[in-house]
Design a protein around this ligand. Structure first.
Ligand SMILES: [Zn+2]
Length: 405
């Protein structure tokens, strides 16, 4: 059953803005446009294209994306200042649907040490900026920077004022990755209960992974009623990164039974999007990364391999094809058993007697004791030694050379 569009979780991708701020992830203009196209194919709801007022390069990249990429709403980050807002509008003028993403810090730490503004001045500043922006953009989003460390009563006041001034998306960022799931979910509940005009806006969250909790905090916020999540491909972003798009999306899809909502993402494109980002930035993902890591659907342990061969649901909660992988992989290694070894031989159309099989399996185990990851050609060479000498003519074995054994 489809989740009604108004109750779906919107995916706001910030790979090109927050993601690009991670050390080693900078992209040039062509690469940003290419990545924006990948995100459009993934069917994200919003692409944050950059921070136009931050540099000439960012301005040009945002403009190039706005002029060429169709589908998602295109957003630009902006400080809550007249000149920044004007620059953002200019960069996004070519977009079919544009959004200003205006941020202003609300926490006491930021008010005191960074902005040097009191509560009243912060509220006045956000009213002025958002009132200006609402006439210039199709959509206006307000981010209360460092919201997770803001006094809840003042945060509620700022959110109320932002909605009154025209913001229709209210983002609650955990800018420094300080929140923990239950508490963060309660903050969202508090705002929904305390802010009288809250129903005029979509609540959004933007979580950082300093404590490894960005996805968990975002899910807790969804449970509490947030309906937009800001995230990045492969979870790249400032410091330890942002909420990982692929993990959040697959958590909602896999556990629809629990969350009762979903996203509009074409999940079959997830591995492709992850691979493209790695190719463009050179930032590799770890093998055991959830959803998109090369080990995410690989099985080596004998008991698991046996189970998956009988029925994938025994040890897989997602289907590899749903995230764009061709299939699961049986990795032959020291933990593999007879079932997997037999399956490996059958897949290669190699047949033999029971005795030959036992001999080959024992040789395979001996090889595994010497090497962490036996290579395909080494495995084939073992089998060839034992099976081929008996007059076997498997086309796979006929081409095996004995080098490297
Ligand atoms: Zn951030």
């Amino acid at each position: 059953m489809q989740v009604p569009a108004e109750d779906r979780v919107k995916i706001f991708d910030t790979t090109l803005r927050d993601g690009e701020q991670s050390p080693g992830a900078s992209m040039n203009l062509e690469e940003k446009v290419q990545m924006a196209e990948v995100l459009a194919q993934l069917n994200v709801d919003v692409i944050e294209c950059g921070f136009p007022a931050s540099s000439e390069g960012d301005f040009a990249a945002v403009r190039a994306i706005a002029d060429s990429v169709d589908g998602p709403t295109l957003a630009g980050l902006s400080r809550c200042r007249r000149d920044d807002i004007a620059r953002t509008e200019l960069a996004l003028r070519g977009a079919k649907r544009n959004r200003a993403h205006i941020f202003l810090a609300t926490s006491e730490i930021h008010r005191t040490y960074k902005l040097r503004m009191n509560r009243g001045e912060v509220l006045q500043c956000l009213r002025d900026g958002l009132t200006l922006a609402r006439d210039l953009f199709d959509e206006v989003e307000f981010s209360a920077e460092d919201a997770a460390r803001t006094e809840p009563d003042f945060l509620a006041e700022a959110v109320y004022e932002a909605i009154e001034a025209g913001a229709r998306v209210i983002n609650i960022p955990d800018t420094v990755g300080y929140a923990v799931p239950h508490q963060f979910g309660n903050l969202i509940r508090y705002l929904r209960a305390k802010v009288p005009n809250i129903n005029k806006a979509v609540l959004s969250v933007h979580c950082h992974n300093d404590l490894g909790l960005a996805v968990a905090n975002s899910l807790a916020a969804i449970e509490a009623g947030a309906r937009q999540v800001e995230c990045t491909i492969n979870g790249i972003g400032e410091r330890a990164g942002n909420c990982s798009l692929e993990e959040l999306v697959m958590a909602l899809k896999t556990r629809r039974d629990y969350y009762g909502t979903d996203t509009g993402i074409n999940t079959q494109n997830l591995v492709y999007a992850s691979t493209m980002l790695t190719r463009i930035t050179g930032l590799a993902v770890s093998r055991n990364k959830a959803v998109v890591g090369v080990n995410a659907f690989a099985h080596e342990a004998g008991i698991h391999q046996h189970g998956v061969l009988m029925h994938p649901s025994t040890y897989e909660i997602m289907r590899p094809e749903d995230v764009g992988r061709a299939g699961n992989s049986m990795v032959l290694g020291k933990h593999s058993g007879r079932h997997a070894f037999h399956y490996w031989m059958e897949e290669r159309d190699i047949h033999c007697t029971e005795m030959q099989f036992e001999e080959a399996f024992n040789a395979f185990k001996r090889l595994c004791d010497q090497k962490k990851e036996p290579q395909e050609h080494e495995l084939l060479a073992i089998v060839r030694d034992i099976v081929h000498t008996a007059g076997h003519t498997s086309p796979v074995l006929a081409n095996v050379s004995l080098r490297g054994v």
